[in-house]
Design a protein around this ligand. Sequence first.
Ligand SMILES: [Zn+2]
Length: 831
Amino acid sequence: MTHPSGLGLAPGHRVKWIDGRIAVEADDDRSRLRAALERNLVAGDGGHTLILGGQIRAHLRPPAHVEPLTAFEARFLADNNVPLSLPTGTPAFSPRTDLHTHFAGALPGRLLVELAAATEGVTVPRGVLAEAGIDARQDVPAAALTALARDRLARSLDVPLDQQITFQDMERLYARRSPLTKHPRLFVPQLWAIARGFAATGVHYAELSLSTAVEPEILAALHASLDSIEADSGVRLRFLVAMSRHDDLEWDLDVLDRLEQCLPSRAIAGVDIMGHETCSTRAFVPVLERAGALGRARPGFVVRVHAGENPAFPENVREAVRALLPFPGIEIRIGHGLYGVDGETLASMARNSDRVIVEFNLTSNLALNNIQTTLQVPLRRYVDAGVSAVLGSDGAGLYGTSAADEARAALACGLDEPRLAWLRHTEDLLLKRRQENERPQPALRDWLPPLPLPRRHFTPARAAELAARRGSVRAAQEQRLSQLGATVTNEAPVLTGRPLLWLAGAWRHAFAAWSPEEIRTTSGILTDVLRGLASRGGLLLTGGTCHGMEGLSHGLAAQVGVDVLGAIVEETLAEDLDARVQTFWRCARSLYEKAAPVVRLVRDANGLGLFLGGGLIVADEQQAAHNLRARHVLLSGLRGAAVDAARASQHVRFVDDAASILAALDDTRPWGQLRYPGPNDAADVVLIRRGPLGDDELLLIRRHDDSDAAAGRMSLPGGFVHPGEAPRDAAVRELLEETGLRMPASALSPVAIVEGGGRDPRDTEERWVRSHVFAVRMDGEDATPHGASGNLVLGGSDAAAALFVSIAHRPRLAFDHDSLVTQALAVLSRG
Ligand SMILES: [Zn+2]
């Protein structure tokens, strides 16, 4: 059976049959989803059905039927190489609200471009076109763009389906969208399109976050249009005034003053504190308290805090709840809430379930790599504790999702139908309360927004003062740099094949807390590493300041003759710059925007990141390194928020001496090349337990994304035998390192020794892997390993994740591991 044009199984991906085999064609030829689809798609029934993970996704005999992958499924498959078994079709529960969405992300790029092209006087800036790969000499009217250009532009406005992006990439997408989303002529047309989009997916109440919602023209437009939009589409749209976690406090206090003027407006439901979670909720408690006080005059006033989106600030959910609970009039919302919620906070959220709601946004969490597997989502934990919870989209258009798709994702994250009913219950209560809260307010058409009062806090004088301060920081930096005679560049430096070691770690305060012993040990290791770097003609990349690990490493680098490249930002203070740095690269405006450009440089230069403890900025850099797939390791034995965050998100790779750091740095040979000529011994373990549901379960690991073979796939725990080590001891050690499970060597039964025959992609004529396979059954007390929660095992260092899966429903494994499992089961059953 042939489909010449191909079958659209996921956006930008078409399935074709070529010579009776399945081939997947992708718009982007670097698509990771394409490879994952090709590996997992099976044609059944003579090529008339397409099966993915045991599920029929397309049926080609009349009536032909295709179940395209949702953004969540597509991304999960691309990341894990294992399909998720989501139920297809519309689930019994589909959200009727979207409380967590952002105005500028609500529409897909395609619709935004269509609206722009259909509206007179909308031009697209040349820079935005250039980012979409469209060459233009000037800004171009949207209506004049060719179909091809519109298509490209539209695609450049959405989060790609299978590439990891960072928070900054996401902010860049919003910036790229802004000439369209912020265009005055497109404001009302967008409202209509958003409402129609919601209506089509069954959502009839939505709250959109928008920073300009209380500006006079915007508010007037809302009051003039929201009633007719609701009458026509059946969708009620309301707005939250967006403020950033990183705003100047004075700025936010003025916004809240303006909000107080606008409290009678039905269009405004409350405020939203959002933005990159690289600061503590404690930093803006005064803003929260001022917002909380508004609930007295306006019952049900919403105060939402984006918190717990990543593991960097574990106190953020707790602190938001604690700061807001004393204000009885408000409705408290926690946006995301993935990380850091402790039992006590959970209990207080449950006790106040009538006015505290957690909003999950699963597709967005996966897209920004804040979760790697569905097992990491604590949704069920919240629901079982009795906390009110809803599902949001975080911008359905941007992430390519919908309310129904989020419900399917929630099923994959452990919510069964009864628990989903609890979400329905939350929605019902909320909608009822919203009706009651709006009743005393004047009708939309009966209230006109007053003119804004002059700013009280962020006065022109204060603004000038802040601008002057920033200007003088910049001027002092320039002056100091020219004094130092260092080379300064604003563009990412070109590194011509020199080994690059990027060092990030404890700075000022975090470093001041180190013991003399910690400093001595780390300095020793660092000296050896830098000596090795010097002998390789390598370059050291740091933050360029004289404090903490950076200052220490610059001293050591000078001793051993290593050049230093310092990545600074516009706000780096002159007095912090280190004179021992030869070249400075000004890579961003502020510290919290620094991670993405630095990590990109490291990745593109095939360098290695070495993390040495540190606080939250370092945690952000680690997360960016993971998202962008830059090689990185953490030195073990150090403390700090960055180490805690890396552990919590399970993508750490610890090293403990200079030799292994240098080995990681050297490991730039083409991936897949083995170390020794002849056989390279390895050990693999088939570990079986009786699972909580009574069926036998197999312990699997998900291989690191930067593994040298079968990256990202599921496989048996195992690894290479160290020189002088017995294969059985290697099996015990690898099991412990990768999964945290300790088994006595005597418990392991030998199964087979396998090699050759193309079983390992790294094999060549000259070098190949020889695997010693062992089997073990874990019983009784052992069956609940320390550090395990449900089927997720924590504590692994070499594996990205370790988990137990039912043997009967296990995914297809990497290498020849499926056959090894079969052989091991035979050995175990002989007993
Ligand atoms: Zn959000």
